[in-house]
Design a protein around this ligand. Structure first.
Ligand SMILES: N#Cc1c(N)n[nH]c1N1CCCC1
Length: 327
């Protein structure tokens, strides 16, 4: 098993990044998700009404597939989407990094948002297997399976804004970042790449958190979801901002120049977003939807693609740390 590197291509509205993965000789475009731990794919045993437009994995066409008899899985995500199905083992190759017996979950049913997202053929969970949903026995993630065979027990994410970036397994490529990588300890007990984040900045002014929920690095989420008091403090500095419940978040006039937003990554580094990088979507001729939103009291702060795509991110399974660098 040598190292591996694959492209990470942003979907049209930059809501997710997709990477080519080969399973049992079949190639699909999957969403690498550090916020979950199930590796699942659209499969030929789904109703066509649900898999139309997607690439599907056909176990009967793989000479290396073996069924995990009696096993099943069922997952639901924070955005209300869900999927479920059966389980087997196959050879998985991600840019050359290969696991010969990866637990692979075949969807027999998915919720509407997966069906309509035709570019996304499934997920590669890169969180910790304590949150894998396979019954009767949880199975390891691709990274957990390959980690000890890599040159370094790491994977990195270089997600780009409106351009193709990359995921790298086994090496930290110095050409992908500048300056130092700022690492912080990860608490994996909830199955996430979770770390403390107790301060934030708005327009360069530092504030101590009130709720101070721990943060997770989550490549599978589009937005940055912070404690509600932090989101209110940020948009309090954006004169046209309102909380629009019909849109499910803060919106503002697209012509506004937004203040910077910084979030602590552990105790000695603040990842700062420029105002121009904070808008997630334009929803009508004048109104924009912010990439920073509240977590509705969810108890964790989610550092999703809006933040990650501005940095080079290192997920270190050896030291159990998470690091970011400028690029
Ligand atoms: N919600 C949500 C979510 C998350 N926090 N990490 N990954 C997520 N998804 C992966 C596919 C759909 C949602």
């Amino acid at each position: 098993n040598e190292n591996g590197e694959v492209d990470a291509a942003p979907e049209s509205n930059e809501s997710e990044y997709l990477s080519p993965v080969t399973v049992g000789g079949q190639s699909l475009n999957l969403d690498f998700d550090t916020g979950s731990a199930d590796f699942w794919m659209f499969s030929s045993s789904m109703p066509l009404s649900q898999s139309q437009g997607h690439s599907t994995f056909n176990a009967s066409k793989s000479s290396t597939w073996s069924v995990y008899k009696g096993a099943s899985w069922e997952i639901s995500y924070g955005d209300g989407s869900s999927a479920s199905g059966t389980v087997g083992f196959d050879t998985v190759d991600i840019g050359g990094a290969t696991v010969t017996s990866q637990a692979v979950e075949l969807a027999t049913g998915v919720s509407g948002s997966f069906t309509s997202d035709v570019n996304n053929d499934g997920l590669v969970g890169l969180g910790f297997s304590s949150i894998n949903t396979i019954q009767p026995q949880q199975q390891k993630t691709f990274f957990e399976n390959i980690m000890d065979d890599l040159e370094q027990p790491v994977f990195t994410a270089d997600l780009e804004d409106n351009a193709t970036g990359s995921y790298n397994f086994g090496t930290i490529d110095p050409s992908e970042y500048t300056g130092d990588i700022h690492f912080t300890a990860v608490d994996k007990s909830n199955g996430f790449w979770e770390f403390a984040s107790d301060t934030y900045t708005v327009g360069g002014n530092k504030s101590q958190c009130q709720t101070c929920s721990p943060a997770i690095a989550d490549t599978g989420t589009s937005l940055v979801l912070v404690d509600d008091d932090v989101a209110a403090a940020y948009y309090g500095q954006v004169s046209s901002a309102v909380y629009d419940s019909s849109q499910g978040g803060y919106t503002y006039n697209c012509t506004e120049s937004l203040p910077t937003f910084g979030i602590a990554i552990g105790s000695d580094y603040t990842a700062t977003l420029q105002g121009a990088d904070i808008t997630f979507a334009q929803i009508d001729s004048q109104t924009c939807f912010g990439g920073i939103q509240g977590n509705s009291g969810g108890g964790i702060q989610i550092m999703g693609d809006i933040l990650l795509k501005q940095f080079f991110a290192v997920f270190d399974g050896g030291n159990e740390t998470f690091g970011v660098a400028e690029k």
